[in-house]
Design a protein around this ligand. Sequence first.
Ligand SMILES: Cc1cc2nc3c(=O)[nH]c(=O)nc-3n(C[C@H](O)[C@H](O)[C@H](O)COP(=O)(O)OP(=O)(O)OC[C@H]3O[C@@H](n4cnc5c(N)ncnc54)[C@H](O)[C@@H]3O)c2cc1C
Length: 300
Amino acid sequence: MHTFFTSDAGPLMAFPMLGRRLRLIGQLDAPAAPTLEELQAIVDHRTTGFRLESARWITSFETHHAQVPCYRVGRGFLAGDAAHVHSPAGGQGMNTGIQDAFNLGWKLAQAATEGPGSALLDSYHAERHPVAAHVIKVTTATTDAGTVTNPLVRRLRNCGVRVASGLSPVAHMLAEETEETRVAYRASPIVGPSRRSHRSPQPGDAAPEVAAVSLHNMLARATGPTALYIAGRGQVPEPIAARGIQRHVLVADAEAPTSAFDGVISDPDRAVAARYGTGKNGGLFVIRPDGYIASRSDQR
Ligand SMILES: Cc1cc2nc3c(=O)[nH]c(=O)nc-3n(C[C@H](O)[C@H](O)[C@H](O)COP(=O)(O)OP(=O)(O)OC[C@H]3O[C@@H](n4cnc5c(N)ncnc54)[C@H](O)[C@@H]3O)c2cc1C
């Protein structure tokens, strides 16, 4: 967002686009979309003033918030705006819907090949319903704060936003919140137990990328669970024989026999072990096709 203009008639936001184009979003009392002239009058009233030459598209929308109580009814599944709608403040609606589909897709595929395990399919609601409930709570609060009419509260809000948005931890936290990169499913019924106080990745967390070895490249495009072995210092583990595991991927700092594994990642600096907090003895992570950790076991 380029600028958030506040006024007694409601806010106006300006988003820079390619070239000299801007996207303007403003609060209006009238339900109909304004003409270019009416939009110019709004710009003149609410901003320090700039001239609108032409408009590619002018439209109006209303904000609502709602969520279905259940994402699965028998063979029916709801995802995206069919399951949840909210204010576009923060621009999260499409992202939340795509994450719904990403969470559900591999579960449907697994149910289609291995039979409809109810726990697996029910976990779609258990994992995704709280995510949209949180998005609705935050976007509703953001919209209420953005459209407040009391002049004193508006002034306090503007001061608070000005100070907070200049603090890099706050900016970082807001970016992560709206990008939804911190979404985790630790309470899910289909992931292993997590150690809550532990700062290293736990079951239900997204498997972190380790750019030095392009870990995500190796984990991508799996249609079933991947067993990720992070070898202990100077060790090479044996692949486990577990039902349902599609691929066995080893991360090792030592020379490893490649034939026993579907993929081997050389990690001489032990960057993966450090990021995953496996210590000198190593550990085993089962990674779901959507990139989330299903279980973790550390070697002692
Ligand atoms: C002003 C505004 C700005 C936004 N900005 C952002 C943003 O920056 N980032 C972001 O992530 N999200 C944003 N969103 C939200 C985002 O647009 C929606 O969350 C997203 O488009 C929803 O996608 P969907 O596929 O779930 O639903 P929809 O896009 O509504 O798609 C559903 C489709 O199903 C069709 N359909 C309906 N009924 C039937 C039927 N019976 N048979 C066949 N077809 C049917 C509809 O015609 C429609 O094409 C914004 C929304 C608004 C209003």
